[in-house]
Design a protein around this ligand. Structure first.
Ligand code: SF4
Length: 84
């Protein structure tokens, strides 16, 4: 299941997330931690889908480093353009 906070697009964080914040450290433009203190545990979600090659590369780095394998990608919709 993906978190409803994810901005719709090719990258999404699922409920496998353990809230380690690595994705935020790697790609702070695209990921953020849930700051809602009423939730039982912290988790991250996509705040902006990548729209240039640099952001795409950082998102892919987050996908690959995520220790919970919690970031899904839709390979058909990934950014494929050049530098902006
Ligand atoms: S790197 Fe993975 S487990 Fe860690 S906060 Fe991001 S999505 Fe969650």
């Amino acid at each position: 299941m993906i978190f409803i906070e994810n901005i719709k697009g090719p990258y999404s964080v699922t409920d496998k997330c353990i809230g380690c914040d690595l994705c935020v450290a790697i790609a702070p433009t695209n990921f953020a931690a849930n700051a809602d203190e009423t939730v039982e545990y912290g988790y991250c979600y996509v705040i902006k889908q990548p729209d240039n090659a640099q952001e795409h590369a950082l998102c892919m780095e987050a996908v690959n480093i995520c220790p919970a394998d919690a970031i899904t990608t839709d390979s058909h919709n990934r950014f494929t353009g050049g530098e902006k």
